[in-house]
Design a protein around this ligand. Structure first.
Ligand SMILES: [Ca+2]
Ligand SMILES: [Ca+2]
Ligand SMILES: [Ca+2]
Ligand SMILES: [Ca+2]
Length: 297
């Protein structure tokens, strides 16, 4: 028995600072954030401090790491348990949509198309140069009898519309969603730090928030990105994907809710309403560059 315990201790030490657990809690291995919230939330400042239920939504910061096979993203904040939506768009390859069409895959009760062109020429517009290729959405609430569950969906966003989408599944308190395409998502709503309520300027790192939405995305599920510099946009939306909050990463710089998502144009809002994601393998390439430089000497 003593041998068993010391083996476990050795394993724990071996994992050390590089340990990462997909549990909705920030791990030290993520390092510095890619983007930090700069705006108070008008979707409620959650103060419950429990893993499942939240009475407000906010996005405080986004962190990432990657290895040869997966991209890991951690969003600190809360997703209110009233079926508010966490929306994530990724630009991982050339092509895609700078303005959302109305004929994208029908996922989450056609929620993606609820943000797209309704035939009048509207549709959510991203900042110039951001052409979305993939969409992931997360939501949670009471599934009956006071039981909390959360669910996720995924879709391709092709330049000409169409494409495929899929329901990634659901899970309960402390559980993990594991989609058929390998995308795995954990949600811990315990956060009571980060931004406060309102529409003014704030700092998403207040109180050092560590809980939120954590996901593992197989690179194969986002087109095996090879472009230099992926980008992402994340925001909180209303329960019908129909009312955009003021919780956007990159931040809005102190504004109120953006309301009808079809009429939102991030190009008309100062600053980048997206964050840059280091390319998978970029660290390995840096290492290779250093090796080549050394050999040349
Ligand atoms: Ca974690
Ligand atoms: Ca693209
Ligand atoms: Ca807060
Ligand atoms: Ca902008």
């Amino acid at each position: 028995m003593r041998l068993f315990i010391s083996s476990v201790a050795a394993l724990t030490i071996a994992a050390g600072a590089n340990a990462q657990v997909l549990d909705g809690q920030l791990d030290a291995v993520y390092g510095a954030p890619l983007s930090v919230q700069n705006t108070q939330t008008e979707f409620g400042n959650s103060n419950l401090g429990v893993a499942n239920w939240a009475n407000g939504s906010e996005l405080n910061a986004v962190y990432c790491r990657s290895d040869a096979n997966n991209l890991y993203l951690m969003f600190t904040g809360n997703l209110e348990s009233n079926w508010n939506k966490f929306e994530l768009f990724l630009d991982t390859r050339s092509g895609g949509q700078n303005q959302l069409r109305g004929d994208n895959p029908n996922v989450d009760f056609n929620g993606l198309n609820r943000m797209g062109n309704d035939g009048s020429g509207n549709g959510l517009r991203f900042d110039a140069g951001f052409e979305a290729d993939y969409f992931i959405t997360v939501t949670g609430g009471d599934v009956g009898g006071g039981n909390w569950n959360f669910f996720a969906n995924y879709a391709e966003i092709l330049t000409g519309g169409g494409g495929s989408g899929q329901f990634l599944g659901g899970a309960g308190t402390g559980g993990t969603i594991v989609g058929g395409n390998g995308i795995s998502i954990a949600l811990n709503n315990s956060n009571t730090a980060g931004v406060g309520g309102g529409n003014g300027l704030d700092n998403g790192l207040n109180g050092a928030p560590i809980f939120g939405i954590e996901m593992c995305i197989p690179l194969a599920a986002i087109g095996n990105p090879s472009i230099a510099g992926m980008k992402g946009v994340a925001f909180i939306n209303g329960g019908g994907h129909d009312y955009m909050s003021n919780q956007v990463l990159g931040g809005l710089g102190g504004m109120g809710n953006l309301a009808e998502p079809r009429n939102v144009n991030f190009a008309n809002i100062a600053g980048d309403q997206f964050f840059r994601i280091p390319s998978p393998g970029s660290l390995a390439l840096l290492g290779l560059g250093a090796l080549v430089a050394r050999r040349r000497r």
